[in-house]
Design a protein around this ligand. Structure first.
Ligand SMILES: Cc1cc2nc3c(=O)[nH]c(=O)nc-3n(C[C@H](O)[C@H](O)[C@H](O)COP(=O)(O)OP(=O)(O)OC[C@H]3O[C@@H](n4cnc5c(N)ncnc54)[C@H](O)[C@@H]3O)c2cc1C
Length: 560
């Protein structure tokens, strides 16, 4: 059992008072404690024992019977007491469900007696004691909000904005809602800060947890392993494997798991898909003030976890095949393999790149295909260019104008109204920070370690060179369906065919007609942007995901 030296516990005044927020810190009644006890085992600790430490994975929840504990945040480099509480309260937060390491440390303030409940048993409690489970679940979510609103930093990432690995690391953490702070090492104060933690720095990014060095120069998969995002596919036969965790995949996951289907979701980056790169979605019902795509994705992801979905990301699916016993096998580029009775393909679309030489080498260091807070911070206070005239280009321009002094939109046609929603084009035209170049194309990009300038050609053939630090490209998209077997029929542009349109294809070998969202490979369904002839919108994708689940219930005979 780890122990804290006595001197470290002196005069740690808590940052947060439990009585100030009873959703975050509910005190259970005796009857509730008795109910919770059935899902765990009794244990005891001596004063200053460590119940779990920052970085521990997995860790358990403790419902306190006597004594008092303190929650310690070490992310700022100092030991800070976040909160203290005693009998009737319980420990834990959402990472009990994400399966990621604990972001805080829990220490016994006095001798303690408690009920230890493992994450799998908590989930069982949510099913069998729904009202009690709800108190735990709500408190876990609220605690994370409070922690993020406090001085808590999570992981610290040190690296330059021109360093690809640093940008990749920040993007991965952002997309997966892993709390972190980025220290830009082009600023001397951040280099000095890092030197106080480690003097010999050879490569970036450097990852620290407060004052503790964690690692340097991790690749994306290494970082994903380190923060507990990636794991081997759990060994079980799933009712459904969902490829992609954009709105369609998440919509399908929430519906499938809430209706009792054993569900695995795989995604190449993390929850959100294209919507995760949208700063503000204003046409999704129920959010009159709009909602960021990241927030919508994170809430759907938590909802899916609550219903018991297994989620693995980053994980790139490269192969899908039907096995001899009628199941489906899915393989990833990381070498993992999962089996399911059915599959839902929700892999969406990828934005087209501009056909300009040298562009690929600047990807992530000035050339971007999304405009989230990560990219906005990289380009903060500097001039940027947005290429395209659709809603995604418009949203990117509006969002970036909050961070940069000047945004130039480069538009091939002669108006915005033809391709953009009226509310958005009106706002762009009224925004003094956004300048629009109509009938103009990008013809060259300059920069070695980072984008420095673009050359634009107008309708008269005149070429102008403009300095820029970011080229945000939103010029149409192609479906991410290239890895699928030829038995899954697609339209001329690569979007997946489904339902009645596959009934007469030679690939369709079943005697029954295909279900609405079934592909030409029986038992494999598709939904969202990668499906042929769909409306490319968040609400549609989520609804399509739900419809795919209805179809597979029909096939499996599990509809109730
Ligand atoms: C910047 C921007 C702003 C937008 N704003 C709005 C808006 O305001 N309102 C609106 O209604 N719509 C908006 N859209 C469109 C909307 O986001 C999409 O219609 C929606 O995200 C489609 O959802 P999807 O799940 O079908 O696909 P996607 O969102 O594309 O998600 C597909 C997912 O599949 C994963 N994936 C792909 N291939 C693989 C593979 N081989 N292995 C594992 N995972 C894989 C990807 O990583 C991704 O997470 C916007 C789009 C963009 C880009």
């Amino acid at each position: 059992m780890k122990k804290v030296p006595d001197s470290d516990t002196d005069r740690l005044a808590p940052r947060f008072d439990v009585l100030a927020d009873q959703t975050a810190f509910p005190c259970l009644t005796e009857a509730e404690i008795a109910d919770a006890s059935a899902f765990g085992e009794k244990c005891s600790f001596r004063e200053n024992d460590v119940l779990f430490s920052t970085g521990d994975k997995p860790f358990d929840s403790y419902t306190l019977l006597s004594g008092r504990i303190r929650i310690i945040d070490i992310s700022t480099g100092e030991r800070v007491c976040f909160v203290r509480y005693g009998a009737g309260y319980f420990t834990g937060d959402i990472d009990l469900f994400t399966g990621r390491p604990s972001v805080v440390t829990c220490e016994a303030d006095t001798d303690v007696e408690a009920i230890r409940i493992k994450p799998a048993d908590l989930r069982e409690m949510f099913v069998r004691k729904a009202a009690l489970g709800e108190r735990y679940w709500k408190s876990f979510q609220r605690r994370r909000q409070l922690l993020l609103q406090s001085h808590f930093c999570g992981l610290s990432i040190y690296g330059n904005r021109d360093d690809k690995r640093t940008v990749e690391a920040i993007e991965l953490l952002y997309r997966n809602c892993v709390p972190h702070v980025w220290y830009d090492t082009s600023l001397e104060e951040n280099v000095s800060r890092l030197r106080r933690i480690r003097s010999d720095i050879n490569s970036y990014p450097v990852v620290t947890q407060g004052a503790n060095f964690v690692c340097d120069s991790p690749t994306r998969p290494e970082l994903a392993d380190l923060v507990g995002l990636r794991r081997k596919f759990p060994e079980r036969r799933y009712d459904v494997i969902i490829l992609g965790a954009g709105p369609a995949g998440l919509g399908a996951a929430v519906n499938a798991a809430s209706e009792g289907l054993c569900t695995l979701v795989l995604d190449g980056l993390g929850p959100g898909g294209q919507a995760g790169s949208s700063s503000r979605i204003e046409n999704y019902a129920g959010f009159p003030d709009g909602v960021s795509g990241q927030e919508l994705a994170h809430l759907s992801y938590l909802q899916a976890l609550k219903f018991g979905v297994d989620f693995v990301a980053p994980c790139n699916v490269t192969k899908l095949e039907r096995t001899d016993d009628g199941f489906y096998k899915v393989e990833s580029s990381e070498g993992d393999c999962a089996t399911g009775r059915t599959v839902i393909i929700a892999t969406g679309v990828a934005y087209n790149s501009l056909n300009i030489s040298g562009l690929d080498s600047l990807l992530g260091v000035g050339v971007f295909y999304s405009a989230t807070k990560v990219e906005a911070l990289i380009c903060k206070d500097r001039q940027v260019h947005v290429i395209g005239a659709g809603n995604s280009a418009g949203q990117a321009a509006m969002f970036l104008s909050q961070f940069t002094p000047h945004v130039t939109m480069v538009v091939r046609g002669d108006s915005l109204q033809k391709s953009m929603s009226a509310y958005l084009s009106d706002r762009i035209l009224a925004n003094e920070k956004i300048d629009i170049r109509f009938c103009t194309n990008v013809v060259a990009v300059e920069g070695i370690t980072h984008v420095e300038a673009v050359s634009l050609r107008n309708e008269k053939g005149e070429i102008t060179r403009e300095e820029t630090c970011g080229l945000f490209i939103f010029i149409g998209a192609k479906p991410r369906t290239e890895f699928l077997p030829s038995s899954i029929a697609k339209d001329a542009k690569g979007f997946i065919l489904s339902g009645p349109s596959v009934a007469d294809l030679p690939d369709w070998t079943e005697k029954r007609p295909p279900l609405a969202l079934e592909t030409s490979l029986p038992g494999v369904f598709t939904c969202g942007d990668c499906r042929s002839a769909t409306t490319k919108r968040v609400a549609f994708a989520i609804g399509d995901g739900a419809l795919a689940v209805t179809c597979l219930h029909e096939l499996l005979g599990t509809y109730t």
